[in-house]
Every structure is written in C-alpha cells, then in structure tokens.
Design a protein around this ligand. Sequence first.
Ligand code: NAD
Length: 499
Amino acid sequence: METAPLFAALGLTPTLLTGGTLPVSSPIDGAGIARIAVTGAAEMPQVIARAQAAFRQWREVPAPRRGELVRLLGEELRAAKAELGALVTLEAGKIASEGLGEVQEMIDICDFAVGLSRQLYGLTIASERPGHRMMETWHPMGPCAVITAFNFPVAVWSWNAALALVCGDAVIWKPSEKTPLTAMATMNILARALARFGDAPEGLCQLVIGGPEVGEALVASRDVAIVSATGSTRMGRAVGPKVAERFGRAILELGGNNAMIVAPSADLDMAVRAIVFSAVGTAGQRCTSLRRLIAHHSIRAELVERLVKAYASLPIGDPRAATTLVGPLVDHAARDRMLAALEQARAEGGTVHGGRTVTAGVPQGGAYVEPALAVMPGQTAIVREETFAPILYVMGYDSFDEAIALQNDVPQGLSSCIFTLNLREAETFLSATGSDCGIANVNIGPSGAEIGGAFGGEKETGGGRESGSDAWKAYMRRATNTVNYSARLPLAQGVTFDF
Ligand code: NAD
C-alpha cells in the first residue's frame, strides 16, 4: 500500500505528521516519513491527573461493561488489521506477514480480556473462627503506564491495555521514540471503539510521545500505580529501582538470550525449521529470538552444515515484498552493533558464517544484513550478551547436565527450548532442575508465544508477567476480607484479650 493512503486510512493527517521535533524514519530505506510533536515535560502532570480522574470513574464501571470497550476495540482492530499491519511493516521494518501477525496478537488479547472481564475471581478461604468467612476481592489499582520497545510497537501495548482496562485501570502509553506512528494509529482505532462505547471517561487511554525523559516522568510519579516497561535490561535497571523507591508496582519485560538444546535423538528436520524461524524471524529482533544453539557434539557439524545451507537461501530485502523473509534491522546503529559483536566473536575464537552487510537487491538506505551463524569454542563473553540482531551462536555439549548448565549460565532468563525425543530429557528440562527461564518449550522454538500463557522471564529479564493465564492480577490490588456473621468476637490463633 502507498504511504499517503495508508496514513489517511489510519487517521494520520498531515497536521499530525509534520511540524514537530521528533523525526520518524522507516527502516526499509531510512527515509524520513514524519516529524511529530513530542509531549513536553510541563504537560506530564496534567496527563497523569487526567488518568487519575478517569481511573476514579472507570473503577466504578462493572467489569463486564469495561470488557465491552475491549470487545469493541477487538472489532475495530479486525477492521483495520491490513492497514495497521502495513504500518508496522513501514515503521518497524517487519515482514508483511509478521506485521499482520502482530495485529492478530492484539485481537487475540482483546478476545481473551473480554472473557476475563467476567472472570476476575477471588478465592474463598476457610476461616479458623466459627461464624466467620474469609475471601479475597480484586480491585482496580490505578493508572498504568505502558512503556514499549520498538520491536513490538503495538502488541505489547495491547497485552497491557486490554488487561488493564478490564481490570479497571486507566492507561498512559509511552511508545518507543522509534515507532510513534503505529501508536498514534492505534489510538485512532481505539477512538472508534470509545465512540461506539459511549460513556468512557475522558483520559482513560492516553498517549505521550518522546524519549526516555517522557517515560521517566511516569516512572517517578506516585500517581502512576503500575509501570509496565518493556525494553532493554539497561532500561529496566534505570526504571526498576525508581518504581521500587516509591513502592509502586513494576512489571519489567527486559532482554532475553534464548537458547535451544538439540539432543542426539532430535528430529533434525523439525529442529532446522524451528531454528531458522526463531533465529532469523523479525531479523533477530524479538526478545524471544533464538540466540544460542547448544547442540550435542554428535550432530553439531551436520546441524551447522544444514543451517549454513538454509541461511544461504533466505530472501533478504524489502519487508513489503511477499517473498521476503528477512527484512532490515531497525537502523544503522543496530547493524553496527551486530558487526561489532561478530568481530568480538571472532576474537573470542568463533568461526562466523554470513553476517555481512547486504547492499545489492535491497532498498538503499536501510540496514540489511545476512543472518549470521557463529560457531563458538564455548559460552564466551559475547555469547552471554543480548545483541539485538540475527546472530546465532553455536556451541557443543557432551552430557545433558552440561547442556542444561550452559542454557542457564547467562544473566537473562526469558525463553528456552529443547529438541529431543527422549522423555527423560524433555521432562528434566521442564523440571525444577531444568531451564531457569520464564518460558520453556519442548520441540518448538523459543519465539512466537501465544497470548493464552503468561509471558515474561526471570533474572535480568525482569520477572514481570503479561498477557494470559493469571497475569491480570498484576493490574489489580488484592484485598483479604474477613466477615464475622456470629454474635461473638473470637480472636485468631486462640489469643485472649478480656477486659
Ligand atoms: P530500549 O530499552 O532502548 O527502549 C524501550 C523503551 O524504554 C522506549 O520506549 C524508551 O524510550 C524507554 N526508556 C528507555 N530508558 C528509559 C528510562 N530511563 N525511563 C523510562 N523509559 C525509558 O529498548 P528497544 O531498543 O526499544 O527494544 C529492544 C529491547 O527490548 C531488547 O532488549 C528486547 O529484548 C527488549 N524486549 C523485551 C520484551 C519482553 O517482553 N521481555 C519484549 C520486546 C522487547
């Protein structure tokens, strides 16, 4: 789709796209596509006050009615899927199918949240005192700031916002400064849902635009009850302590360094397909991208040979073309970091296949690279870092215990997987002594999670959980209630206090 009609279809008017100080460019060719206004520091207190006022009204709206707004959002997203997916491709550089997949993920979480709006269950608990009843109730928590990364420019907002809205919270979104247009378009889609809904409070969902300093104002405010921040571990190190200092609630979704163990019994055809998709998909720019391959020595050489062949056949180029599987990196700085990491891998004894800059047959001005395989002598310093690019480090192992130790011996703890047909290995990998990650899979790759499960990771990945399962509890506060329906006042633990 041409850019001008795409912008028009998503309500991105020339006035919104020009005259500001934040330049926005497309990773496809590096060309500027907009200059938009940023949210000034002086505006932030008003934004937060509006969110507080909206929250006070919204928390009184029955949860199933709140779910109706999210149902309408899902409908509007379905109607705008093609356009929003195309804008994700234009602004973040994802291939067309992944741009659409990201919008599908938004639709899926809306569906999930609509059901959830009738299932915000608390427990009832047996009381030790006669004539007493105990229970838990879950209440709306307050405004929720959602700070997002460039690589999932819209889905991460929806994971948070769909849940926060049914949970009764107001939402303030600070998207990546690299991808503000997809956020603005999403707010326009939401505006259609709000108009159909009718009586949602003004300021229920707001958007603030700018870099870290705009995020910092949200992080620092006591009136922002929840800060859900997705991005690098560096960002989480800055955000986490500041939220903790004011006893706010943080949901941190930070960097990953995800591994696959390939055991001797593995179905190698399946493993190769899973490896290529999870290491190369989104040009290696997913938090769950496969970055470390831990292959048994008996099959490592064969696996590398098959991967080198598969990598050589991957169509690299314009992400809008239907045949492209590897689009551009987000910018030239990301490509420079990839090349530097490969240089370090060589210096640490690695043998690198691929990893060169691509300039032929691709749009000029974008940062296109061949995905790289780096066969390493061990888990060296560079392997333990997350480089946000399509680099797959390959290591060997002899014993299964050694493979698990390698898998766990990195600072990050997001996603992991094993390819094996051996039941003992599979179950051990999933057990308390196996993978230490928030996501552990058997015979599928580490990337491409479904929304039904709780998403997030341990250690330097930050410990937050979003999306499915009971992740909604992070957006509400829990009250434990005891009701005495007897005519006596017994104390717990048999304590007496007679006077
Ligand atoms: P980034 O850390 O550069 O930026 C992420 C967001 O944080 C941006 O909106 C940025 O403006 C904001 N920010 C940065 N410093 C801040 C501060 N001090 N206070 C408040 N806000 C601040 O990350 P990126 O380059 O956009 O994204 C890539 C990174 O995100 C990778 O490390 C990737 O693994 C991670 N990521 C993690 C998940 C997950 O769910 N675990 C999902 C997507 C991306």
